[in-house]
Design a protein around this ligand. Structure first.
Ligand code: COA
Length: 161
C-alpha cells in the first residue's frame, strides 16, 4: 500500500490544494492531508476548523482514499508514524521552487526513507494561495471561484461573526 502525506497550513483549503489532492490519489493508495497546527503563521481558522473544512470537501468529492489529520512536530516523524513513503507538495511557479527545494532536501536529510513528490496544479490555480483568498474575503471581494462551496460558506459565516 503506497501512502503519501500532503502537509500544509490549509488556512483554508483552496481549489488549488484540492486539485493537488485529486492528482495525488491517482498515484497513491492513500493520501493523508496533514494540517500543520504549530506553524509560525497566524491562522484565521483553528486547527480543528481547518480539519473539519477539509473533511467536508473530501466527503463531498467522495475522495475515499483521502483522510485528514492534524499534526504537530517534525514532518518526517509524522510520516514515519503513518508509514508514508512520500510527501506531496504543489509547485505553482518558479517562485515556489527555492523554498520547496530547501524543505525537500532538509526532509531527506532527516530521513532518507521518504521522498518529496511535486505535483503541478492546473494553470488556472497557479496564482492562488490561502493568504490572498483570506485577504479578498476580508475585504468583501469575490472569492467564490477559489475555494470549494462548503469552504466559501464557512468563510462567509466566520467573517460575518
Ligand atoms: N494551491 C493553492 N495554494 C497553494 C498550493 C496550491 N496547490 N500549494 C501551496 N499553496 C499555498 C498555501 O495556501 C500557502 O499559502 P499561504 O502562505 O498564503 O498560507 C503557501 O502556498 C505555502 O504554504 P503551505 O503549502 O500551506 O505550506 P506551509 O509552507 O504553510 O507549510 C509545512 C509548510 C507545514 C509543510 C512545513 O512548515 C513543515 O513541514 N512543518 C513541520 C515542521 C518541520 O518538519 N519542519 C521542517 C521542514 S524541512
Amino acid at each position: 500500500m503506497k501512502i503519501a502525506i500532503y502537509p500544509g497550513t490549509f488556512d483554508p483549503i483552496t481549489n488549488g490544494h484540492l486539485d493537488i489532492i485529486e492528482r495525488a490519489t491517482q498515484l497513491f493508495d492513500k493520501v493523508i492531508v496533514t494540517v500543520a497546527v504549530n506553524s509560525s503563521k497566524t491562522p484565521m481558522f483553528t486547527g480543528e476548523e481547518r480539519v473539519e473544512m477539509i473533511q467536508a470537501v473530501i466527503k463531498q468529492k467522495r475522495l475515499t482514499k483521502v483522510t485528514v489529520e492534524r499534526f504537530n512536530g517534525l514532518l518526517v516523524s509524522f510520516a514515519a508514524k503513518k508509514k508514508a513513503t512520500a510527501i506531496i507538495r504543489g509547485l505553482r511557479a518558479i517562485s515556489d521552487f527555492e523554498y520547496e527545494f530547501q524543505m525537500a532536501l532538509m526532509n531527506r536529510k532527516q530521513s532518507n526513507k521518504i521522498d518529496t513528490v511535486f505535483l503541478m496544479p492546473a494553470e488556472k490555480y497557479t496564482y492562488l494561495n490561502s493568504s490572498i483568498v483570506r485577504e479578498i474575503a476580508r475585504l468583501d471581494g469575490k472569492f467564490r471561484d477559489f475555494v470549494p462551496p462548503s469552504v466559501y460558506r464557512t468563510m462567509k459565516k466566520k467573517l460575518k461573526n
